[in-house]
Design a protein. Structure first.
Length: 248
């Protein structure tokens, strides 16, 4: 139950939704967790306080705008200053919204490519020396639509596709000291908004082989496996999607 005892893991976008579930699972496995957030300060602080009450010295909050590439080495430095090491990086933070062809803007490009591809690249680059020193690992959160695009979301899918390729490329670049893998969610948590009405959601669920939605903890368990147990796995992607991608 404490596979990650003594390890320090930085999780981006850790205050809410899937990021929170990942942080909870890793902390439950014994890890010390650095909780990155951008705006969700109250949620991040509440989660850190909960972790600290369970195990003093096991959590810290770190604020950063991941689109500000110049700030990313400072995010890593903040973890090292607080905890003295870094064993794992989970690139979870992400933007998601539709971009109909003909209406794509540079602002949408900066947001979707910045959060889903550019930030993971530059944050991993900044973290690489510390991860190499600890023989650590990176887990990127991609998407099953990185390989099988979703209509109306061309830019998001392309950005996640770039992150998928980056996962494999970084496994080449950082091996053998650092393992780099990815988890690709399917229907886990619906986006906040009205982009997927009830009928569309049900159609997606019906298309999964397991005929049900997954939970954030399904993603968290896969992340924990890749960080804690998959010592001979690198450059791989685990689809956690109820079988949806098997016949898209």
């Amino acid at each position: 139950m404490h596979e990650l005892a003594g390890k320090v893991v930085l999780v981006t976008g850790a205050a809410r939704r899937v990021g929170e579930a990942i942080a909870r699972r890793l902390h439950g496995a014994g890890a010390t967790v650095a909780l990155h957030y951008r705006h969700a300060v109250a949620e991040a602080q509440a989660l850190a306080a909960e972790f600290e009450a369970l195990r003093p010295g096991s959590a810290a909050c770190l604020q950063a705008d991941l689109l500000d590439t110049a700030s990313l080495p400072g995010l890593v430095d903040g973890v090292l200053e607080r905890f003295g090491r870094l064993d794992g990086l989970v690139n979870n933070a992400s933007s998601f919204f539709p971009t109909p062809l003909g209406e794509i803007t540079e602002a949408a490009w900066d947001d979707l490519v910045g959060s889903n591809f550019k930030a993971p690249l530059f944050l991993t680059q900044a973290a690489a020396p510390a991860l190499a020193a600890s023989r650590g690992a990176v887990v990127n959160i991609t998407d099953i639509h990185a390989e099988r695009p979703l209509a109306g979301y061309a830019l998001y899918c392309a950005a996640k596709g770039a992150l998928l390729t980056l996962t494999r490329a970084l496994a080449v670049e950082l091996g053998p000291a650092v393992r780099v893998n990815a988890v690709a969610p399917g229907p886990i948590l619906w986006p906040e908004g009205d982009d997927f009405p009830a009928a569309a959601r049900q159609a997606i669920v019906d298309h999964t082989l397991l005929k049900r939605e997954g939970s954030p903890d399904d993603i968290a368990r896969a992340v924990c496996f890749l960080l804690a147990e998959a010592t001979y796995v690198t450059g791989q992607v685990i689809n956690v999607d109820g079988g949806r991608s098997a016949h898209l």
